[in-house]
Design a protein around this ligand. Structure first.
Ligand SMILES: [Fe+2]
Ligand SMILES: [Fe+2]
Length: 319
């Protein structure tokens, strides 16, 4: 992945350091702004995925970078708690997940994309989402070695579909490339990091935060469950919106596939995965709901930002 441009002093310090061989790096994140924070976190997290072009792999576990990351994460976690409140003890998590994900009072981005969006707006939507879809399922895979028993088996059942049953062109992260191609977008991994705003990076950082810390394993499962449980309706709308704009079967396959697959995944995620996990680790039940609440609130905020920009006749991407 090509290294993006800095958005402030902290991301500049990280990007500058990564261009060199590992050395005694340190950086104080005091006063970091939102764009700067989320780009810096995104750049640091990517070291644990596929990495950046030309960056020394030894940076991944560099103590100076990890110290900075911890400082940025503390700020991000404080933002999350401000947004949805802290994790609280919970019972009957599958039922609570159903209640949380049935609330449709948020902004309807999918309704707009289905019925009214212009082609350029759909293109922007896919640009934002490409940051995740081109590595779809990868953040949640970090949970597999941290679980045992029924919850682990359920997660793997979901991930097997996400990874196309081991067939490359059926992996969801590969399937999305056909949608991007139909929209005239660049399918290279991470091609659009530079143009997406902090809200889009934050949605991705949320998964990495939960994925890379074992202490957040419950939140990671809640995150995945919320994704799966709010997928069928919106993906049907995205597919129909893209068809309305002339998209053929190749273009819409990614969305159509999710209508089918996630009708099954949502049951597995809520009951088999989160339900079994909370039975085995009842003290983590609150974390599961916290993860779900975070993703739902952040997705709503992101959707509102897009709709606002479009309503003002502007682009939702960075200049
Ligand atoms: Fe998927
Ligand atoms: Fe799914």
């Amino acid at each position: 992945m090509k290294m993006p441009s800095a958005r402030g002093p902290v991301s500049a310090a990280v990007i500058d350091a990564l261009a060199r061989s590992p050395y005694d790096f340190s950086c104080d994140p005091d006063g970091v702004g939102d764009e700067d924070l989320h780009l810096a976190l995104f750049v640091l997290y990517e070291l644990h995925y596929r990495g950046w072009d030309g960056v020394d792999d030894r940076w991944e576990w560099h103590p100076g970078l990890l110290a900075l990351r911890a400082g940025l994460e503390a700020r991000f976690e404080a933002q999350l708690i401000e947004l949805v409140g802290p994790p609280a003890p919970a019972e009957d998590v599958p039922r609570a997940l159903v209640a949380l994900t049935s609330d449709s009072s948020g902004p309807s981005l999918s309704g707009y994309l289905r019925g009214r969006a212009a082609r350029e707006q759909f293109q922007e939507f896919a640009t934002h989402r490409s940051i995740y879809h081109l590595r779809e399922a990868d953040p949640h895979t970090f949970a597999i070695p941290r679980l045992g028993g029924a919850a682990k088996a359920a997660l793997i059942e979901i991930q097997i579909d996400e990874y196309g049953g081991g067939v490359a062109h059926r992996m969801h992260q590969e399937m999305f490339k056909a949608t991007m191609t139909a929209l005239g977008l660049d399918t290279e991994y991470g091609a659009y990091v530079d143009v997406v705003p902090a809200a889009t990076l934050a949605n991705n950082n949320l998964m990495s935060l939960f994925g890379l810390h074992r202490r957040w394993r419950g939140a990671l499962l809640g995150h995945l469950a919320a994704y799966e449980m709010t997928s069928t309706g919106p993906n049907r709308a995205y597919g129909n919106g893209l068809r309305r704009l002339g998209g053929d079967a190749d273009a819409t396959r990614f969305y159509d596939e999710h209508v089918e697959a996630d009708a099954v995944h949502e049951q597995i995620a809520a009951y088999d995965m989160c339900g079994s996990f909370c039975k085995a680790e009842p003290e983590s039940a609150g974390d599961v709901l916290f993860g779900a609440r975070c993703v739902l609130a952040m997705d709503d905020r992101w959707a509102a930002e897009l709709l606002e920009r479009w309503a003002a006749g502007e682009s939702s991407l960075r200049g």
